[in-house]
Design a protein around this ligand. Structure first.
Ligand code: AMP
Length: 212
């Protein structure tokens, strides 16, 4: 299965990607995680990306398309993958199509703007491995540590209120039009984010035609 997860920031894409990754035995490729890793490691890409991310703006297409193409060319992607957070502009979607990658399905995870703001304020992630958590909806079983690697749980720098508002605006302006692009290709399926994680997981499985 070659899958794209679309949706506004805080819709739960990262969490659903993690669940689908285990269910389907394929890797998640998250451009957000790749960019934050580059920032942490102080690479050239990280230095270029940091200002955009902290302002809630999109990193320029050519930077992101380059890292995704390189990752998709690796052998493990042949059996399938889940793209989380890419593409985010029509130009990125067109670049993916032009690179010859055949996508099976594009899942749009829909959540209202009001719910996003509430969700993002409680969001945490592991500083070491990037596993996503939420203080109410998906707490770590290891308390204030990551249940996967024991790392410290932190709030992302771009989850502050002003940046979140801009990210929502950018989503509607630049990313949402991609839905139409994939709808025309007959690839788009929709799932509605629910209060409870298990209910969202069920909606996602149903939309993708998988066993819950
Ligand atoms: P995410 O973790 O997916 O919410 O991404 C965090 C931030 O990384 C976004 O707000 C953007 O600044 C940047 N980013 C992630 N993926 C992309 C992409 N495909 N294109 C441009 N910027 C991106």
């Amino acid at each position: 299965m070659k899958l794209i997860l679309l949706g506004p920031p805080g819709a739960g894409k990262g969490t659903q990607a993690e669940i689908l990754s285990q269910k389907l035995g394929i890797d998640t490729i998250s451009t957000g995680v790749m960019l934050r890793t580059a920032i942490r490691e102080g690479t050239e890409l990280g230095l270029k990306a940091q200002g955009y991310i902290n302002a809630g703006e999109l990193v320029p297409d050519e930077l992101v398309v380059g890292i995704v193409k390189e990752r998709l060319s690796q052998d493990d992607c042949k059996k399938g993958f889940i793209l989380d957070g890419f593409p985010r502009t029509t130009a990125q979607a067109e670049a993916l199509t032009a690179s010859g990658v055949e996508i099976d399905k594009v899942l749009s995870l829909e959540v209202s703007d009001e719910a996003i703001i509430e969700r993002l304020s409680g969001r945490r992630e592991c500083k070491a491995c990037g596993t996503p958590y939420h203080v109410v909806y998906k707490p770590s079983s290891a308390g204030d540590k990551c249940s996967v690697c024991g790392g410290e749980l932190i709030q992302r720098a771009d989850d502050n209120e002003a940046t979140v508002k801009n990210r929502i605006h950018v989503y509607h302006e630049q990313t949402e039009p991609i839905k139409e692009y994939y709808k025309e290709k007959g690839k788009l399926v929709i799932a509605y984010g629910q209060e409870e994680l298990a209910d969202t997981t069920r909606e996602v499985a149903k939309a993708l035609g998988l066993e819950a």
